[in-house]
Design a protein around this ligand. Structure first.
Ligand SMILES: C[S@@+](CC[C@H](N)C(=O)[O-])C[C@H]1O[C@@H](n2cnc3c(N)ncnc32)[C@H](O)[C@@H]1O
Length: 362
């Protein structure tokens, strides 16, 4: 199999294509991307057989910014019989099995792209999952105990009614979420919907078992561009004391917690209070990405915080180039100071024309 499917937010297909081409080229793998704007996915076709499998294993999924999911797929199965769509799909899984051992599979996702047009199709997918899962189980698939190192997820990706790709993703190199989308519930007491961006970022960048160690009541955070307080809410919920920097008004419910100090100041001029160690910096200011990355670099280089999550707003046309440039500049700034750090950037489900970046100093 020589095709890779990558899911994304509709409108970001070009970014996904540019990104996978770069990663593939760095592994000496070449091919072309089929891009249909606003389709919510990209098919990358490698020139050599079996190279899609190599990409699915070797391109670190957590280093892909714009892709929500990455899977190896078959040729498109078309004109499936509405009364017996299952047989050709199972046959295709058998063919795949001859190439990779899909008996190591643990889960099946019957999915669509995340577009408005696919809403109806997703109802069909939900219903179709049950009988398909039963057949696969009967044949000894989906029986493998979750093995974080070697297991596979099977995917059936419907792009039109009666028309799907069949494929698999590696459990240690994919998104564990259906359609690559974490389902989060909006906390009714949070002051703004942007709270879900920081919640998803924490879920994405910080392993669950480390969350309490890295975000707790002994810590202090700074939130630049904090109003009305959706991000501050996430930090306060985890026990942190937060300096909320913004000329706007913070939600009363946050003042009532006694865990915030509102600083009506310019986020570009604000400095951490003397004699107070700040652990976390978060920043959601609407500003040019290059200004934000310089500001974050300044905080890290000065040792004003150890860990940060921030947004880069991307209203421009050449979004991928802009992101690469900003991340490269920031990486250079930190390298020049011989700092050891981890950096990860992701276009989260709750992000719109923006991405979210996480950096931790080691
Ligand atoms: C997208 S909103 C932040 C929403 C917030 N994260 C939340 O969850 O409620 C951006 C905020 O950045 C603030 N802002 C923009 N430029 C700023 C600056 N230079 N200094 C401080 N705040 C700034 C705006 O006042 C606005 O409240």
């Amino acid at each position: 199999m020589n095709k890779l499917a990558l899911y994304c937010r509709p409108g970001f297909e070009k970014e996904v294509a540019a990104e996978i081409m770069d990663h593939a080229a760095s592994l000496g793998i070449f091919g072309f991307a089929r891009v249909q704007e606003h389709s919510g996915y990209v098919i990358f076709e490698c020139y050599q057989p079996n190279e899609a499998n190599r990409l699915a294993r070797e391109v670190p999924f957590n280093q892909l910014i714009f892709a929500r999911q990455m899977l190896v797929v078959s040729n498109l199965l078309e004109n499936l019989d509405p009364t017996d769509g299952i047989s050709p799909i199972v046959t295709m899984f058998e063919e795949i099995s001859a190439q990779v051992n899909i008996r190591l599979s643990v889960e099946l996702f019957v999915e669509t792209a995340d577009t408005n047009e696919s809403k109806e199709l997703s109802t069909f997918c939900r219903k179709f999952t049950v009988p398909l899962r039963q057949v696969l189980k009967k044949q000894g698939w989906l029986a493998h105990k979750a093995n974080r190192k070697s297991g596979l997820f099977l995917h059936c990706f419907f792009v039109k009614p009666n028309c799907c790709y069949v494929g698999y993703s590696y459990i240690n190199n994919h998104s564990e979420h259906f359609m690559g989308i974490p389902r989060l519930k909006f906390p009714s007491e949070a002051p703004s919907r942007s709270t879900l961006k920081l919640e998803e970022a924490i879920l994405t960048f910080i392993p669950k078992k480390e969350e309490e160690k890295r975000l707790n009541e002994s810590m202090t955070g700074v939130d630049l561009g904090a109003c009305p307080g959706g991000w501050t809410y996430q930090l306060v919920k985890r026990g942190l004391f937060v300096y909320a920097v913004d000329h706007g008004k913070m939600a009363d419910s946050l003042h009532e917690t006694g865990r915030i100090e509102h600083c009506a100041e310019d986020g570009f001029k604000f400095q951490p209070p003397k004699r107070k160690k700040v652990d976390w910096l978060v920043c959601d200011m609407v500003e040019q990405p290059s200004r934000i990355t310089n500001l974050i670099g300044k905080w890290l280089v000065n040792g004003w915080c150890r860990e940060t999550i921030f947004n880069l707003k991307l209203p421009m046309k050449k979004r991928y180039q802009e992101v690469r440039q900003c991340l490269e500049n920031l990486t250079d700034m930190l390298n020049k100071q011989n700092l050891t750090f981890e950096i990860q950037a992701k276009h989260l489900y709750h992000d719109r024309e923006e991405i979210t970046v996480h950096i931790v100093i080691k």
